[in-house]
Write a protein that binds this ligand. Structure first.
Ligand SMILES: *Cc1c(COP(=O)(O)O)cnc(C)c1O
Length: 400
């Protein structure tokens, strides 16, 4: 999964070019920057890589979701549908723009269940946010078709699936826009950082202005600040050092995925010796970014037995049903409506009336599926000894 495994001369060279100019800001500094615009170059290269018309870099993957929701006009009074298996950032961004997150079940793709999506659309639904969790595609075309029919835009949270595609079409380009994260554990990393891609010029312009206090980034009389403002904004800018690292990392994305795919295939073959094991549904195996390997066992009891043997033999898998950051029933602060605001916003109206109450039992199908599922993160570099040890552990688990 992580680009941090392969920092090398390319990243160092890119960073030195920035330090040589002394310009860390992505805008302005005319002569001094000697034509070096690393964030802009990263945006252009990212758009070209994914085949999107536009790319807007921001300070994090969470900011990417928020900036995209803002540009789509989402706010108080709106509902945004996402899935109950994701990182908290997805729904934090939804709450932060004042909208209410509504959660769907996941299906065998471990991503949004389109049938449950249909059930959850109301006249308040203003955006649909499927997440390509653990590097693997959601049923994105089906989800976009449902959105189109209902006139609701789709924002793809592609934070965990950079470089993934379906029949050559990159994840993040199916919906109205797609967001990415480059935090420290993502497939390509800039330490912190995010990106939003879109083919919609108007949306891109709104994102560009909102993420930088409303500046329009045209050449204005009087320089930066010489323009008028269309709406209030905020600061979610990426800095030049991050852009520089991003360029180097993006150049390695293809080879990172290829290496992960080799390691993943090797482990998958071995796991298939476990009786009754099933693998996560891949919509296009050739487009899998191969950052994780997910496998499902017969029942909860079988998952516990297999998990125990793997753990005892030095190859501990992740059970997401027991993970507190990525699965709905474990988000106690969301369920309790905990917030720092004295008014209780965004869970309560000013005045105290609750806007939304979440039932921990609301997603039984997801709970059942994740309770039978185990996951291995796949690294770029897995030594022969490590793979061999894992294979030995898996062979023992096949008898559990
Ligand atoms: C990591 C992640 C984010 C947030 O990205 P940050 O860069 O850490 O803010 C959003 N959504 C998902 C699914 C993620 O995994």
């Amino acid at each position: 999964m992580p680009g941090f495994e392969i920092f090398g001369d390319e990243e160092k060279q890119q960073i030195l070019e920035v330090l040589d100019t002394g310009v860390l800001f992505r805008y302005e500094f005319g002569e001094q920057r000697r034509g070096i615009f690393k964030v802009k170059e990263f945006e252009e290269k990212f758009a070209a890589y994914t085949g999107a018309g536009y790319a807007q870099a921001v300070s994090s993957g969470t900011a990417a979701v928020k900036v995209a929701l803002k540009a789509l006009g989402v706010g108080p009074g709106d509902e945004v549908i996402t899935q109950g298996f994701t990182f908290v950032a997805t729904w934090e961004a939804i709450l932060d723009v004042g909208a209410i997150p509504v959660f769907t079940e996941i299906d065998e793709t471990l991503n949004m269940d389109p049938d449950d999506l249909k059930r959850k659309i109301t006249d308040k639904t203003s955006c649909i946010v499927p997440v390509h969790m653990l590097g693997t595609a959601a049923r994105i075309q089906e989800i976009v078709d449902i959105g189109d029919q209902a006139g609701i835009p789709v924002l793809e949270d592609t934070a965990q699936a950079a470089g993934g595609h379906i029949n050559g079409k990159f994840l993040g380009t199916f919906g109205k826009c797609g967001t990415f994260s480059f935090d420290s554990v993502k497939t390509i990393t800039t330490g912190e950082g995010g990106m939003i891609i879109s083919d919609d010029q108007k949306l891109y312009t709104e994102m560009s202005e909102y993420h930088d206090h409303g500046h329009d980034h045209a050449i204005n009389p009087g320089g930066r600040g010489g323009e008028g403002r269309s709406f209030i904004g905020f600061n979610y800018r990426m800095m030049e050092l991050q852009g520089a690292i991003g360029i180097a990392q993006l150049g390695k994305l293809g080879s990172m995925i290829a290496a992960q795919r080799n390691n993943k295939n090797r482990l998958k073959e071995c796991l298939s010796y476990i009786p009754a094991v099933r693998f996560r549904e891949l919509i296009d195996p050739a487009g899998d970014s191969a950052t994780f390997l997910s496998f499902t066992l017969e029942d909860s009891d079988h998952r516990r037995r297999v998990g125990r043997v793997l753990r005892e033999n030095g190859a501990p898998p992740i059970c997401w049903a027991e993970n507190t950051w990525h699965f709905y029933p474990k988000w106690e602060h969301l369920l309790a409506g905990s917030t720092q605001a004295r008014s209780g916003w965004p869970f309560a109206e000013p005045g105290g009336k609750r806007r939304v109450v979440y039932d921990p039992e609301a997603l039984p199908a997801s709970a059942d599926l994740l309770d039978r599922t185990l996951v291995y993160p796949i690294s770029i570099r897995m030594s022969e000894t490590r793979l061999q040890d894992m294979e030995d552990a898996i062979k023992k688990a096949a008898e559990a």
